[in-house]
Ligand binder design. Structure first.
Ligand code: DGL
Length: 267
């Protein structure tokens, strides 16, 4: 038994898609969320910069006594997971990329898989490498969709403009006969209705958050570190706390009235 919270972080609002699944699946677990809203996006930044940002965030989360951390950011996960494991060797750290790969393998029938994410995630080639490691015969098509993150951060959900941008980015992928599309950025599931409308029902969308929460639950169970109390949820950001408050309430259906701003450069 371990009643300490789980730390979850992202560059901004995207990690709320993981928070939502953890709240749903791990009902006793408390959460400390950090969204780096002052420095979003991470997707176009160098590996050295996002490693430094992520290490600051983990150091901050450790001051909140977290028992484990979920990197709810594909860009960080696919570029600096190794460095973060080396910097924090005793901390349980789970990411979103392997769970996304597990789900895609489970779902695909024809082995033709699309991956969309930030420039940083797609350039890392991490999804393709892990999918091919398990199934060399798979055909993987990937595409960076950098405008999706600002659209989500600005709340452009269910809008014609967003659907036009989605259609433009996904035009080529849609001609490749894929049956599965990995939403390889935690912001993208917030647009999942818009994306599904554009790609059609025949393509299965993969939101790695689902398997990520499951995997964290199994890890805590195996280590005998599950919480037994009723949970608390605390949200921190590096800027614009009112916006996080609104988005968390809208997206999680949870009144996040207690969002706190942190000067993350101090960690
Ligand atoms: N939501 C993050 C990801 O999964 C980062 C998006 C960004 O900051 O560019 O990649």
């Amino acid at each position: 038994m371990d009643n300490r919270p789980i730390g979850i972080f992202d560059s901004g609002l995207g990690g709320l898609t993981v928070v939502k699944e953890v709240m749903k699946q791990l009902k006793n677990e408390s959460i400390i969320y950090f969204g780096d809203t002052a420095r979003v996006p991470y997707g176009n930044k160098s590996k050295a910069t996002i490693t430094k940002f992520s290490a600051q965030i983990i150091r901050f989360l450790l001051t909140k006594n977290v028992k484990a951390v979920i990197i709810a950011c594909n860009t960080v996960n696919s570029n600096c997971a190794l460095e973060l494991h080396e910097l924090f060797p005793d901390l349980i750290i789970e990411g979103v990329v392997r769970p996304g790969v597990t789900m895609a393998i489970r779902e695909t029938k024809n082995g033709r898989i699309g991956v969309i994410g930030t420039e940083g995630t797609i350039k890392s080639g991490r999804y393709t490498a892990l999918l091919k490691e398990n199934h060399p015969e798979y055909v993987i098509y990937s595409k960076a969709c950098p405008l999706f993150v600002p659209l989500v951060e600005d709340g452009w959900i269910n809008s014609d403009v967003t659907k036009m941008v989605i259609a433009k980015y996904l035009k080529d992928l849609l001609s490749k006969n894929i049956d599965t599309l990995i939403l390889g950025c935690t912001h993208y599931p917030i647009l999942c209705n818009d994306i599904q409308e554009v790609v059609g029902e025949r393509i299965k969308l993969i939101n790695p958050a689902n398997e990520t929460a499951h995997k964290m639950g199994m890890r805590l169970l195996n280590e005998n570190m599950q919480s037994t109390t009723s949970p608390t949820y605390q949200f921190y950001v590096s800027d614009q706390k009112a916006h996080m408050q609104d988005m968390a309430s809208m997206f999680l259906g949870y009144s996040a009235s207690n969002v706190i701003e942190v000067d993350i450069e101090n960690y």
